[in-house]
Design a protein around this ligand. Structure first.
Ligand code: PLP
Length: 389
């Protein structure tokens, strides 16, 4: 093996430190090790900031992923990532009993979700609930397509599947369901969702975004992937951004029939947008069950802390099957609460659409969640002062 001193400096002895802590600088003298920064705000939250606003998982990347990233970048950074993409496709295919042709990889699930929306918009409008993660299904609107047709939620902010079904007519090109949903965090009854998907997919394409599936109590029970295999006109999106803790490494995918995969892939560059680091991390994390269990346990612990604190402060929240909680502020204003929290270095989300009293907080490091919990009483006080002034 060739000894390369500058590469050794760059990669360092500790894989974790080399992969995420150090950065290389190209100078006239060659590649040099930059001083190891304790925290680089280009790559993560600033010191002292509790970042609980984007449903990320700060327990990732797993140690195995970090090791794989270092290997992949040093051996493969100069090469296109085709073999790694094929390897990940094979792992996903094997788990679900499907073939490579049923899977579209993308750089995070957002691109492939957008391609699905763009493709479907050529056939008709997109139908969704009033409150869901609609970022990608709004993509066609930017190109002049009609806005998403929104179906009112149930009284408890759930997705009203009966009303959704009733709203499907021949102007609809795709129904978009996010399960568990974001920002509510709630999961649909799997039997009812399955019945809905079977019925609805006889009329139009059904997209089920399962970004948070692995965080539910029983992931296989809640997945609609078997419906794709059974030949229904259903497509399912998944991501490595949530339980796998790889949001910054951008790996996601869609599972669909061969025909739908080909059709949707026409709207983007598919697997060509993936990179060695992300693929290596995804491959190393996919079967890393000790890490996945650890991270899920931490999320459950954090959710327990938040739910207890909300109760103490006289607040309620929806039951969450995800890594975030949708908090009912009563007569409070979620933007004012977000600002009051931000002033204390705790980043959460503000108002969604016209749900002015609902506030979303993501789980994170236990110490960061503790900061949120500790900040609640004063943040509520500030919120009321602000909104009443
Ligand atoms: C429901 C849902 N789907 C998809 C995504 C997109 O994630 P990514 O592009 O990182 O896979 C998110 C991000 O928060 C999400 O909440």
């Amino acid at each position: 093996m060739t000894h390369n001193p500058s590469r050794r400096i760059f990669l360092g002895g500790s894989l974790a430190a080399s992969a995420v802590g150090a950065s290389g600088l190209m100078t006239s003298a060659g590649l040099q090790a930059a001083p190891a920064a304790a925290s680089d705000v280009r790559y993560g939250p600033a010191p002292g900031v509790a970042k609980l606003n984007a449903n990320e998982n700060p327990f990732g990347p797993s140690p195995k992923a970090l090791e794989a990233i270092a290997t992949a970048v040093s051996q493969g950074g100069a090469y296109y990532a085709y073999p790694a993409a094929m390897s990940l496709l094979d792992m996903i295919a094997e788990r679900h009993g499907i073939t490579r042709k049923n899977i579209s990889l993308s750089s995070g699930s957002s691109p492939i979700l957008s391609y699905a929306a763009l493709a479907a918009s050529k056939k008709g409008k997109i139908l969704g609930p009033d409150l869901f993660w609609d970022t990608t299904s709004r993509a066609p609107e930017k190109q002049g397509a009609p806005e998403i047709v929104r179906v009112p939620n149930t009284a408890d902010l759930g997705i009203d599947l009966d009303a959704m079904y009733a709203a499907i007519d021949d102007t609809i090109g795709m129904v978009h369901v996010t399960n568990p949903n974001n920002p509510t965090g709630t999961v649909l009854d799997p039997v009812k969702l399955k019945e809905f998907c079977i019925k609805a997919s006889k009329k139009t394409l059904v997209l089920v975004d399962e970004a948070y599936n692995e965080l539910t109590d029983d992931p296989p029970k809640h997945s609609m992937i078997p419906l794709v295999k059974a030949g229904h006109n259903v497509i399912v999106a998944r991501t490595f951004s949530k339980i796998y803790g790889l949001a910054g490494l951008r790996v996601g995918y869609m599972i669909a029939s061969e025909e739908n995969t080909q059709w949707i892939n026409n709207y983007g560059m598919g697997g060509y947008t993936l990179n060695q680091a992300g693929l290596a991390a995804a491959i190393a994390s996919y079967d890393d069950f000790p890490f996945l269990t650890f991270t899920k346990d931490k999320i459950i612990e954090a959710k327990g802390m938040v739910m207890d604190a909300l109760k103490v402060n006289g607040l309620t929240a929806l039951e969450s099957s995800t890594n975030f909680i949708f908090v009912n502020l009563g007569d409070g204003n979620a933007d004012a609460f977000r600002q009051a929290m931000a002033d204390k270095g705790v980043l959460i989300r503000g108002i969604y659409r016209d749900y002015t009293n609902w506030s979303r907080v993501s789980m994170g490091r236990i110490s960061d969640v503790q900061r949120y919990v500790d900040a609640i009483p004063e943040a509520l006080e500030t919120m009321y002062k602000t909104q009443n002034s």
